[in-house]
Design a protein around this ligand. Structure first.
Ligand SMILES: O=C(CO)[C@H](O)[C@H](O)COP(=O)(O)O
Length: 226
């Protein structure tokens, strides 16, 4: 079974949690895409009515509108459900997110979700965050060299995410630094100092936010709880 089929399996399971009238947070990335498409199918077929959504990126916003979902701006009302992918998932459902470049809007939306469901294929499961993926950190463009020096002083190595020969620019006009830390570095403990670093807008550490995960493997979809 290929990874795309697994991502879709996980996404479809998560969408079964959405009921008519719900306000939904829509994630970003290749797994979240399947959830948005499935939700659009249920909305346009009339299986679900009264759905409103907020998207976590311009790309997901455009996709959601294209498949018939009513998309709104973010306001302080809670979401009944938010569904999104992840780059790493630890046993407590702490996450690394943001390799798709959308971590800030994802965190802004998912922090307001009563139920934040993570969808992924089995390759995203780790025993400790940072095992496989770099940690994406969104940084202001202005002073980026100074900011990355401050991050290096905290033990990070890494580089700016590039788009061809220029730094990748997020939907919010910022850059992304892909940080790596020495083996055994406790990323959840480092969150406060990383976030407190001048020039850092936010990190891809999503600690204590996910309530549930659907993780698809060739044997089937596993449901995980915090
Ligand atoms: O955090 C994200 C985007 O900022 C994505 O959810 C994460 O990168 C997983 O993406 P994919 O489903 O394509 O593997």
């Amino acid at each position: 079974m290929d990874l795309e089929a697994l991502k879709k399996d996980a996404a479809l399971r998560a969408v079964t949690f959405i009921r008519s009238g719900m306000r939904v947070g829509l994630g970003t990335g290749s797994t979240a895409k399947y959830a948005i498409e499935e939700l659009g199918r249920k909305v346009t077929s009339g299986e679900l009515t009264g759905i409103t959504a907020v998207a976590t990126s311009e790309a997901s916003d455009a996709l959601a509108r294209a498949v018939g979902i009513t998309v709104e701006d973010l306001d302080p009302r809670p979401f009944d459900v938010a569904i999104d992918g992840a780059d790493e998932i630890d046993p407590q459902l702490n996450l690394i997110k943001g390799l798709g470049g959308a971590l800030l809007r994802e965190k802004l939306v998912e922090i307001q979700a009563r139920e934040f469901i993570v969808i992924a294929d089995h390759t995203k499961i780790v025993t400790a965050l940072g095992e496989k993926a770099p940690l994406p950190i969104e940084v202001a463009q202005f002073g980026v060299v100074s900011t990355t020096e401050r991050l290096r002083a905290l033990g990070a190595t890494g580089e700016l995410r590039m788009n061809g020969d220029r730094p990748f620019v997020t939907d919010n006009g910022n850059f992304i630094f892909h940080a790596r830390f020495p083996a055994g570095h406790d990323l959840t403990a480092a969150e406060r100092s990383l976030k407190g670093t001048l020039g850092v807008v936010d990190t891809g550490l999503f600690i204590g936010m996910a309530t549930r995960a659907f993780v698809a493997a060739p044997e089937g979809v596993r449901e995980l709880h915090r």
